[in-house]
Design a protein around this ligand. Structure first.
Ligand code: NAD
Length: 471
């Protein structure tokens, strides 16, 4: 049993004023593995005050000082990589390869921010004006459980690059990862108050951050419902926001696609992070003329996908993070059948070889209509919907017929045609035929998938405000 009973304020590990103890679980067994003592509003206010005190000096730090700090932070987190990977497996249930990727992602955030800072022009002339890009002040960072350490590091990296200071509210379900990251960041020698971390409940610590007048901006990754609550709470004090929310991303299979490549691409996009990914490609649009062929190919491929113990290197899908998430996924599988979709493979219950733990069966429905609940709602589990279409323009219309617009995928043999389809999809990012991600490109969503962009220059500017001086 691990006990985490400190939060991090003003450069020191301190006992929270809050007294609530929150259970931490191993999703692969369902058992309690530790407890975290949660911070409260008073802790949050102390953290905000520390960040406010640190801002004037830190905002005047030089580009070279911040680059050096970002590189030290990357090294410090990298030094704890193996431990962080273990924590991600134990506390979140990610399969080994994903857990390793998540640790690398946490380190990479600092390196990419340092790289962005190298060449960024903070001052430019526009006509007679000198325009400088100014840091915002104290920024609130709120992260979800599906990549907690990575989001803490990525968001903090850009705050530091901009010259602002931060109060971080990590997911309360990811306290072991948070503890390792906090220790690493502390060891890197960040000036006191530049970052503060208060683990606590969303409706307590998150709500205080979202409403506090000394918070200039909130950067949030999580559900669309919580994003709305943050936007409402921040309206009173005109907070800037970056909201990275949910998705229901289309995977458009064109009629010239080679299914030997398109099917693995669809499963990679659909089942990544055990299906608990905001960018998961969960609506697979398949030309009706090739539907039976696609169904046979994906059914055979899913039968080989192992959903089970995260430490088994053969495992592609780990358990859901919590009982609540498991119940949610089960209810959507039930709903899919009730609304008349055809279950192609998978279904309710656990995979045969698993007994306890929050494991789910990789599931694919076919004959799904885009107005069915499983095609509208973000399920956040390994449940995919095949939606047949007639013409290419039908496919584009169906792909765009969603409240979300975070991501999209296109599979096809003719690059020019796939590009033309990608150009018509309303999404913050489109990946064609499994192309690698570009980490410096903007990341974020259209419509109810969010507001603003992260990463690279777009991500840095999200923490800066232009100021024009004339004369
Ligand atoms: P969530 O919205 O419930 O929680 C996210 C964070 O917000 C947690 O730290 C939580 O404590 C906090 N929170 C909850 N209520 C709050 C409130 N009223 N005010 C302020 N903060 C509050 O989401 P989750 O269940 O942790 O994560 C899953 C969701 O996150 C999914 O919907 C997924 O799509 C989304 N997500 C999006 C991205 C992205 O980049 N777009 C990435 C990962 C997850």
């Amino acid at each position: 049993m691990k006990t985490i009973d400190t939060i991090y304020i003003d450069g020191a590990f301190v006992t929270p004023h809050g007294t609530e103890l929150f259970d931490l679980h191993n999703p692969a067994t369902g058992r309690v593995i530790g407890q975290v003592q949660l911070g409260d509003e008073i802790d949050t206010r102390a953290a905000i005050a520390a960040a406010k005190r640190a801002f004037p000096a830190f905002s005047r730090s030089s580009r070279q000082e911040r680059i050096a700090l970002l590189n030290r932070l990357a090294d410090a987190v990298q030094a704890r990589s193996a431990e962080l990977t273990e924590a991600v497996i134990e506390e979140y249930g990610a399969p080994i390869s994903r857990a390793e990727w998540m640790s690398d992602y946490a380190v990479g955030g600092f390196r990419l921010a340092a790289q962005t800072l190298e060449t960024y022009e903070f001052t430019r002339r526009i006509g007679s004006a000198k325009v400088t890009m100014e840091p915002l002040g104290v920024v609130g960072l709120i992260t979800p459980w599906n990549a907690n350490a990575g989001f803490i590091c990525n968001k903090l990296a850009m705050v530091i690059a901009s010259g602002s200071t931060a109060v971080i509210k990590p997911s309360e379900m990811s306290a072991i990862q948070t503890q390792i990251v906090t220790e690493a960041l502390h060891e890197a020698g960040v000036p006191a108050g530049v970052f503060n971390i208060v683990t606590g409940r969303g409706e307590v610590v998150g709500a205080e951050i979202s409403a506090h007048r000394d918070i200039a901006k909130v950067s949030f990754t999580g559900s669309t419902a919580t994003g709305r609550a943050i936007l409402r709470a921040g309206a009173e004090t005109m907070k800037r926001v970056t909201l990275e929310l949910g998705g229901k991303s289309p995977m458009v299979i064109l009629d010239d696609a080679d299914f030997a490549e398109a099917v693995p691409f669809a499963l990679m996009a659909g089942f990544m992070n055990s299906g608990q990914a905001c960018i998961a490609g969960t609506r697979i649009l398949v030309p009706r003329a090739r539907l039976a062929e696609f169904e046979a190919a994906i059914k055979a491929a899913v039968a080989e996908v192992r959903s089970g113990a995260p430490r088994d290197p053969e495992t592609a899908i780990g358990p859901m993070v919590s009982q609540r998430q498991w119940d949610r996924v089960q209810s959507y599988i039930r709903k899919g059948s009730e609304e008349g979709a055809t279950l192609l493979i998978g279904g309710e219950g656990r995979p045969e070889e698993t007994k306890d733990g929050w494991f789910v069966r990789p599931t694919v429905f076919t004959d799904v209509r885009n107005d069915m609940t499983i095609a509208r709602d973000e399920i956040f589990g390994p449940v995919l919907s095949i939606i047949p279409y007639g013409t290419e323009s039908d496919a584009i219309a169906i792909a765009n017929d969603t409240d979300y617009g975070l991501h999209a995928y296109v599979a096809g043999s003719d690059p020019a045609r796939a590009q033309a389809v990608a150009d018509q999809l309303v999404a913050g990012r489109v990946v064609i035929n499994g192309a690698p991600m570009e980490p410096m490109a903007p990341f974020g969503g259209f419509k109810q998938s969010g507001i603003g962009r992260e990463n690279g220059v777009f991500g840095l500017e999200a923490y800066l405000e232009p100021k024009a001086v004339m004369g």
